[in-house]
Ligand binder design. Structure first.
Ligand code: PMP
Length: 424
């Protein structure tokens, strides 16, 4: 497993005694709920420990690059949160989230054509919690979630934790393929399987980097409607496009059949952990109850900080500067791939954080990973993004965090690992 990867210059030792106790001597082993059996550390999480070492160029994690944030301004914001609204910021708040922030979230979503009411919004602890809440209220063990192949690893982890059965639908350079979706839903219906929702990341997909074309959006929606399947639209990257205007959200075309997830993690910063769900009335009530039972309420301090940021800072200017930063890094990645790894193939993302690379000669990205880390470069193997172990021929490269120079060095190292594999 990835935990045992040994970077250059270090030797492997036995597992620590506490790690050994965790696996061999857990006195509570027989007590865990069944649903924990499917829980496992994501390949990304296990990787972070080694990939974060300074000698490793990490093209693995999807951490946004925050060095350009105006920390002096933000420290002013943080100080005002306490000095001006301290008693509210340090107190419990509404389970649904701060109403002023919910109103401001409407302004953010308007950029993607969404017209909603503050009552439709539930603030969550990042969109990851929203994924958990939605899955919790809809999924019984064995229910089917239809999801793109590949899919966001963090969502697959949630679906696994609730014992969903994920059925993948292929994507191409224009996103989810409507004909394949139709075929999958028809065959599931024919076998009497209950599909609870379609999980999709329509913009700058994690990990595939592609976007669902504007033409396909109504087609996907129409198919989902025809089969009575809710659409779970997960959209943390939609405002991070490198060209043109944001595409209209699927939610902008239907306010009853779509649950929309948004987040400030990539357009501002993930540390405050603020995301949201937009849901039709009845679903929203259940989401609020589920969230209250999980956390009582989202962090008041974080919500007020984000709200103050939105009302006093140039948040759209910040998004614009992120776009420029990530575009430059995308360009560095693509040109380094073309120079050093021409025998691989990849898409050219027009936004977001990720390039999805297909290895040449049937090479296996999971097998290769220990050698890559020894060569001081890390990526996420494609298998992390499939429920069924597929994806070994692919890898996800994240260009969001390393500088262009580090990206070029990382791709150069990767190319030498691939060359070594081809000689094996
Ligand atoms: N959805 C997708 C597609 C993501 O890439 C991420 C973060 N990598 C999340 C949801 C969760 O983001 P957060 O909880 O920080 O909002």
């Amino acid at each position: 497993m990835i935990e045992r990867i040994v970077p250059a210059g270090e030797t492997a030792g036995p597992p620590t005694s506490s790690a050994a106790a965790g696996t061999r001597l857990d006195p509570w082993l027989g007590a865990y709920a069944q649903r924990t059996h499917g829980m496992r550390a994501s390949e990304i999480r296990a990787l972070f420990a080694v990939a974060n070492r300074p000698e490793v160029v990490s093209l693995a994690g999807g951490m946004p690059y925050l060095d350009g944030l105006p920390l002096d301004v933000l420290s002013d914001v943080a100080s005002r949160v306490v000095s001006q609204r301290g008693l509210q910021a340090l107190q419990y708040g509404s389970g649904q989230g701060d109403v002023t922030l919910r109103e401001q979230i409407l302004d953010v979503m308007r950029l993607e054509g969404i017209d909603a009411h503050p009552d439709d919004v539930v603030v969550t602890t990042g969109s990851q919690q929203a994924l958990d809440l939605v899955t919790r209220i809809f999924i019984d063990p064995g229910d089917v979630v239809v999801a793109e192949a590949p899919s966001y690893v963090g969502a697959l982890g949630v679906f696994r934790a609730y014992q969903a059965d994920v059925v993948h639908v292929p994507i191409d350079e224009h996103g989810l393929v409507p004909a394949a979706l139709e075929e999958t839903l028809a065959s599931l219906a024919a076998t009497g399987r209950r599909v609870k929702f379609l999980y999709t990341v329509p913009n700058f997909h994690n990990p595939a980097g592609v976007s669902l074309s504007t033409e396909r959006r109504p087609a996907v929606l129409a198919i989902a409607r025809r089969y009575g399947v809710l659409v779970l639209e997960d959209n943390p990257y939609g405002l991070l496009g490198f060209e043109g205007e944001p595409r209209p959200a699927i939610r902008s075309m239907d306010d009853e059949g779509v649950l929309y997830l948004g987040s400030f993690s990539k357009t501002f910063a993930p540390g405050y952990r603020v995301g949201w769900v937009v849901a039709p009335h009845a679903v929203r009530e259940k989401l609020v109850l589920a969230s209250e039972s999980a956390i009582l309420c989202p962090s008041s301090a974080s919500q007020i900080a984000i709200s103050t940021y939105l009302s006093t800072c140039d948040w759209q200017g910040q998004i614009k500067s992120y776009r420029e930063l990530y575009r430059e890094r995308r360009d560095a990645t693509i040109s380094a791939l073309a120079e050093h790894l021409p025998e691989a193939s990849w898409n050219v993302p027009d936004g977001g954080f990720y390039v999805w690379v297909k290895l040449p000669d049937g090479l296996d990205s999971k097998d290769m990973l220990p050698r890559a880390v020894t060569a001081r470069v890390a990526y996420v193997p494609g298998t992390a993004f499939y429920y069924d172990g597929g994806g070994a021929s692919h890898m996800r490269l994240s260009y969001c965090f390393p500088t262009p120079e580090r990206i070029r060095e990382g791709v150069r190292r990767l190319a030498s690992v691939v060359a070594g594999e081809r000689e094996l």
